[in-house]
Design a protein. Structure first.
Ligand SMILES: [Zn+2]
Length: 53
């Protein structure tokens, strides 16, 4: 399940498998589906990841 996190009033979505954050829930969901299916991340997806403290 993608987790939602609010930092400084902005919403971020986290892939619960690899832990990367995304600004769009759709991307986090994509990442999670990929991580689950292949036991690893897709560079095409993780390049959209954002850093959240
Ligand atoms: Zn992931």
């Amino acid at each position: 399940m993608v987790e939602e996190k609010i930092v400084n009033g902005k919403n971020y979505f986290k892939c619960s498998i690899c832990g990367f954050f995304y600004k769009e829930e759709q991307l986090a969901q994509k990442c999670e589906d990929f991580c689950k299916a292949y036991n690893g991340c897709s560079l095409e997806i993780t390049k959209h990841a954002v850093k959240v403290d």
